[in-house]
Design a protein around this ligand. Structure first.
Ligand SMILES: Nc1ncnc2c1ncn2[C@@H]1O[C@H](COP(=O)(O)OP(=O)(O)O)[C@@H](O)[C@H]1O
Ligand SMILES: N[C@@H](CC(=O)OP(=O)(O)O)C(=O)O
Length: 456
């Protein structure tokens, strides 16, 4: 099909559960075939594949255990192929990918090589794009597979690479825009390449981010994120069964939700989308007819409290130093150490001689590396006394004018007056109020707040 320059171009991203098996791939194809505006499709690895690749990337020394994980990945691909009966060249390509996965995981069992880890992690997405392209071709759709590494240029921070949007824009024009005139192009989320052509990954959950970068580069009419829930809910429905879908939400609110733990979107997704003013739709692959959620600049309603989110497994670092007393430059030194370790801070409180802060694991490292490493601790301990508290959860109340609306904070804290609140952050953004609690209390607190603020 020939597209016209004013044809509304839509980028559609399908997450891991949406491409998990043959039936799921057929549901993606239904959505794509029924909407000719979808010209670029971005896919994640089939559910469970990246977790297994991450285990292999971390290095499994025992060869039998390694074989077991590889067999599990192979089984997921074989089950799809058994029903799909792909063209011989597609089956051969998947076989090559599996051989490469086995070789890289054997290499990584011997030594940690960050570039090889990303190379290995990328195969989950590579298999998905190949298989979905084949499903579309069998349905008579003019589809072709495209290597995202040709255009998603990043820096060389393997496992958590930063994209270079300007360069991506140029590369997309050069290598992809022309193809979109004649094909529905299927490509991989999560992966890119540095200037030397080495494969990189954008951090766990990064396919949404990739899709938004593509949508920005193409100046798309809309970005669709197809997943296993019918939109963004007022809270994670797995944690609060009474949560309800939100039909419309602003970029600012959705970004807060993603940053503070709503797994439905990668936290960086909305940056390129908002930069390029591309509205984002979140919908369910199994129920595409449902209204889903639209994320836009403005919404008709602007409730004080729109949603709740939670980020578990939080680490609280408390640093103390008498040198802080009336001194300048201590915080600068502290932040310089954290920046060198590529760690950003989200909650922070200070007193005369101490600073307490939580670390932001946003878009965590693809191979699951921990934020607080022995090297980080050694550098901090050279500067001050450090204590680390784990087992905490960060809860965020998200909405509008939270810091300027009377009685909001008192209502929130009176709802949960029985629980210990370890730290509070309010006022930095009008769109959130955050606090840190014990992880064991988190579900209870979410459900109580949801009843108090969102079920009236
Ligand atoms: N506020 C929320 N609204 C909807 N889903 C949420 C929310 N917070 C967390 N989630 C979780 O996000 C999941 C979808 O994200 P994810 O598993 O990454 O999907 P995908 O593999 O399609 O990218 C849902 O199954 C849901 O449990
Ligand atoms: N497959 C990668 C990237 C991703 O975004 O996956 P999903 O769309 O299934 O969250 C991961 O699991 O991290």
């Amino acid at each position: 099909m020939q597209i016209h320059s004013n044809f509304p171009m839509v980028v559609a991203k399908f997450g891991g559960t949406s491409v998990a098996d043959y039936a799921a791939l057929q549901r993606c194809a239904d959505i794509i075939v029924n909407n000719p505006a979808i010209r670029l499709v971005v896919v994640s690895a089939a559910a469970g594949v990246t977790n297994r690749l991450a285990a292999l990337a971390a290095g499994i020394a025992d060869s039998a255990a390694r074989e077991q994980v590889l067999t599990e990945i192979m089984t997921i691909q074989h089950n799809i192929q058994q029903e799909l009966q792909p063209a011989p060249e597609v089956a051969a390509q998947i076989r090559d990918y599996l051989v490469n996965m086995a070789q890289l995981s054997a290499q990584l069992a011997e030594q940690t090589l960050e570039a090889a880890q990303d190379e290995l992690l990328a195969y989950g997405e590579r298999c998905s794009s190949l298989l979905l392209t084949e499903v579309l071709r069998q349905r008579g759709h003019t589809a072709r597979d495209f290597n995202a590494c040709e255009v998603i240029r990043t820096d060389s921070h393997f496992g958590h690479a930063d994209p270079r949007p300007k360069r991506i824009g140029m590369l997309v024009k050069e290598h992809l825009s022309g193809l979109l005139e004649n094909y529905c192009v299927v490509t991989q989320g999560f992966i890119g390449a540095d200037a030397a052509g080495r494969t990189t990954t954008l951090g766990r959950g990064g396919s949404d981010y990739s899709a938004a970068l593509f949508a920005e580069a193409l100046n798309a009419h809309a970005l669709q994120i197809w997943t296993d829930v019918d939109g963004i809910y007022s809270c994670d429905p797995r944690q609060v069964p009474n949560a309800r879908p939100i039909t419309e939400i602003t970029f600012a609110e959705a970004a807060e939700m993603a940053t503070f733990g709503a797994k439905i979107l990668h936290p960086a997704t909305l940056v390129p989308a908002q930069r390029a003013q591309v509205p984002v739709f979140v919908g369910c692959t199994r129920e595409p007819e449902k209204p889903g959620t639209w994320i836009r600049n403005q919404t008709q309603e602007r409730p004080v409290c729109r949603a709740l989110s939670v980020r578990r497994g939080q680490v609280l670092l408390t640093v103390r130093s008498l040198n802080m007393l009336h001194a300048r430059g201590f915080l600068a030194e502290l932040f310089a150490i954290l920046a060198r370790h590529r760690i950003s801070v989200d909650l922070i409180t200070t007193s005369e001689v101490s600073v307490a802060l939580t670390l932001d694991a946003t878009g965590s490292h693809s191979s699951g590396r921990k934020l607080v490493t022995p090297k980080l601790m050694a550098e901090l301990e050279a500067l001050c006394d450090v204590s680390v508290e784990e087992g905490l959860a960060l809860i965020a109340v998200i909405g509008h004018q939270l810091s300027n609306t009377p009685r909001v904070a008192s209502r929130i804290f009176s709802c949960i007056s029985e629980k210990n609140i370890r730290m509070i952050s309010q006022g930095a953004s009008p769109n959130n109020l955050c606090f840190l609690v014990r992880e064991d209390d988190a579900t209870d607190i979410l459900q109580t707040l949801h009843r108090g603020f969102l079920e009236a």
